[in-house]
Design a protein around this ligand. Structure first.
Ligand SMILES: Cc1cc2nc3c(=O)[nH]c(=O)nc-3n(C[C@H](O)[C@H](O)[C@H](O)COP(=O)(O)O)c2cc1C
Length: 387
């Protein structure tokens, strides 16, 4: 220790400065005589994988912490989702029955799990260390699991928020308006993902890019935490649906760029095929070294995409042999305007023509269903007559 006097840190300054660091929010639960007790905690962290340990910091004087401590050594960490701000506030209050009206279940180990939490972690208290005016509570993880795919609740500078990838959060007014449509489409996207056992995504335009605004179903690349926010340049052969369904200027811009890449004739032909089919799909040779499917799943040079442009919308009916359908995209058109693109990815096994056709038609039908949902939700004034 140095001889220097210990500096006095102003408590408000400490709070404000530390408030620059955002946290997630969890609810710690414990069960005592059949009654659930608990508290809202921001100071939660994973500590160790082997052995599996987590920790949180509890105000030593907290009545809720005392109740958890006195209930025994079992506690459960519930990770709150972005739509559980009310749960966060209710459990942080000093009400006598903090869990009234909050759906929960008791697990085999006797832990209280909030039904709508994103994840839960069943723990046994491993150690309680003093940490100034807090107790550092270390828990050994006995069991844990995830329960949903929505975003977590975040706490920052005293306010609540939700996680948005930077690529989506950009001040892009066009993208923000498309997100309203994507939000109401989630149920239909989940159903399509379930039916096809494929990853389904909503693709929007953001300036000069195409961006994945939402996904449903199993990820085509499970090692990626999320594909939401992934961008790729809005350049041929991608974006053909937008070129067909947006205005004439968009169509000409796309055709000019496409002509530079693969010649005017091929570009026009591709666009006409897309128009006639009402969908875009890509088939790849099963043994391809750089399948389109992978190319579009990663940030790779567009040249690779161009190399595979021929695989875009060949007529399925003309392809010979088994078909490896990489993805199918269909436009969501409302009131004559395309609001976003629906894509299904990830059927890796070879298909017959009839099976490929069935999948293409299923994606198109889902796109049509979403258009109706958007109109029924009243998001597009006077659209009903113009579909
Ligand atoms: C977002 C948020 C984060 C919190 N994080 C902590 C925390 O990390 N540790 C803690 O002891 N209390 C934390 N609290 C406060 C407790 O949840 C709770 O308000 C308090 O414990 C209730 O009063 P009582 O403990 O005297 O019963 C937090 C509250 C909120 C709203």
């Amino acid at each position: 220790m140095s001889d220097q006097p210990v500096p006095v840190i102003d408590a408000m300054h400490f709070r404000r400065t530390l408030g620059q660091y955002p946290t997630g929010v969890v609810v710690i639960t414990a069960v005592t005589d059949g009654e659930v007790v608990g508290m809202t905690v921001g100071s939660f962290a994973s500590v160790s994988i082997d052995p599996p340990l987590v920790a949180f910091f509890a105000t030593s004087t907290s009545g809720s912490w005392r109740a958890i401590r006195e209930s025994g050594t079992a506690f459960c960490v519930n990770v709150l989702s972005a739509d559980q701000e009310d749960v966060c506030r209710q459990v942080a209050s000093r009400k006598s029955d903090k869990f009234e009206g909050i759906p929960l279940r008791i697990t085999e180990r006797g832990h209280a799990v909030l039904e709508e939490a994103l994840a839960y972690i069943e723990c046994e208290t491993e150690a309680i260390h003093p940490g100034g005016d807090h107790d550092i509570v270390v828990g050994r993880v006995l069991n844990l699991d995830m329960q949903g795919t929505t975003n977590p609740l975040l706490f920052f500078r005293g306010g609540y928020g939700a996680f948005i990838p930077l690529s989506l959060a950009s001040a892009d007014a066009g993208l923000a308006s498309q997100m309203r449509f994507v939000d109401v489409a989630r149920g239909a996207m989940e159903r399509l993902a379930g039916d096809l056992d494929a990853e389904v995504s909503a693709v929007c335009t953001a300036g000069e890019d195409l961006v994945i605004a939402a996904t449903a179903g199993p990820l085509v690349r499970p090692e990626m935490i999320t594909r939401v926010g992934q961008r790729w340049p809005f350049a041929p052969p991608t974006g053909a649906l937008f070129a067909v369904h947006r205005d004439e200027a968009e169509r000409r811009r796309w055709l000019t760029r496409a002509a530079e890449k693969f010649g005017a004739g091929a570009a026009t032909e591709l666009l006409e095929r897309v128009e006639a089919e009402g969908a875009v799909y890509a088939v790849g040779p099963v043994d391809s070294q750089a399948p389109l499917f992978d190319v579009l799943s990663l940030d790779v040079p567009l040249d690779l995409v161009h190399e595979h442009a021929a695989a875009y919308n060949p007529s399925v009916d003309e392809v010979t042999g088994e078909i490896d359908l990489r993805f199918v995209s269909a436009p969501i058109v409302v009131g004559g305007e395309m609001v976003f693109e629906l894509s299904a990815w990830g059927r890796r096994q070879p298909l017959t023509k009839a099976q490929a056709r069935q999948i293409i038609d299923r994606v198109k039908a889902c796109a049509a269903e979403i258009s109706t949902i958007i109109i029924d939700a009243g998001l597009v004034p006077n659209a009903a007559a113009a579909v």
